[in-house]
Write a protein that binds this ligand. Structure first.
Ligand SMILES: [Zn+2]
Length: 226
């Protein structure tokens, strides 16, 4: 969502005053922001990313999104409900960092559920279940949406994802499945939101802080634009 700075604010490389300052922006600057109560991940008008103290950001509700794109749910309406939330804590399901790096939409045992591009964009990365990353993510693909400069990583697809290249909002990019490491083998879409144009190197998370720095709540982001 949009925020206006209420004072001169430092944009930092991480969510805390211990992180270095990227830039200081003047009071009254509009930014795109997401995230926690005390620190927000922000994207400036020129695409610069960083973190600002939420104490100096005032929410602005009366603007259209910077994007003029159409947004659609990534799954059919009847499945557009979360079965696991973003950053949900579960050390059994997510043994490495104890928190869910994405959101899940459950398929409730149904096969053949279509997955849709949530906005106009480009498939900038794809890999099949037999690839190195496929062992955990199954058949997976990343959609970059240039209008907001964010990427959406669709995981555990039943079959090979859409080819690299442009896609339109609502275009089918795969079928919901349970390939890779899928909790209890359940058919679901695991969807991760990343700032910027996705590269698989970013997926090598090093800590919970690293997850929070690179990713955002894709469900909340899409829902706010429908
Ligand atoms: Zn998941």
């Amino acid at each position: 969502m949009h925020f206006k700075t209420t004072a001169n604010v430092n944009v930092r490389t991480g969510p805390g005053t211990e992180y270095s300052i990227v830039r200081t922006i003047p009071a009254g600057t509009m930014v795109e922001g997401d995230g926690g109560v005390s620190w927000k991940a922000v994207v400036l008008h020129d695409g610069t990313k960083g973190f600002c103290s939420a104490a100096y950001l005032e929410a602005v509700f009366d603007l259209q999104p910077l994007s003029s794109s159409v947004w659609v749910p990534p799954v059919p309406k009847e499945y557009f409900a979360l079965s696991q939330t973003y950053l949900n804590e579960d050390w059994t399901l997510y043994p490495k960092f104890g928190h869910h790096a994405g959101v899940d939409y459950g398929g409730h045992g149904t096969t053949g559920i279509q997955l849709f591009a949530c906005a106009d964009g480009e498939i900038v990365y794809r890999a099949v279940a037999s690839s190195a990353w496929g062992a955990s993510l199954g058949n997976h693909a990343a959609l970059h949406v240039p209008s907001v400069d964010r990427s959406f990583l669709y995981c555990h697809m039943a079959s090979e994802p859409h080819a690299l290249g442009p896609v339109e909002a609502g275009e089918q990019i795969g079928i919901m499945g349970n390939t890779g490491t899928s909790a209890a083998g359940a058919i679901h879409l695991h969807l991760e939101g990343f700032y910027g144009r996705f590269t698989i190197a970013e997926r090598s998370f090093t800590s919970l802080e690293d997850i929070k720095r690179k990713t955002f709540d894709a469900d909340a982001f899409i829902r706010s634009r429908l």
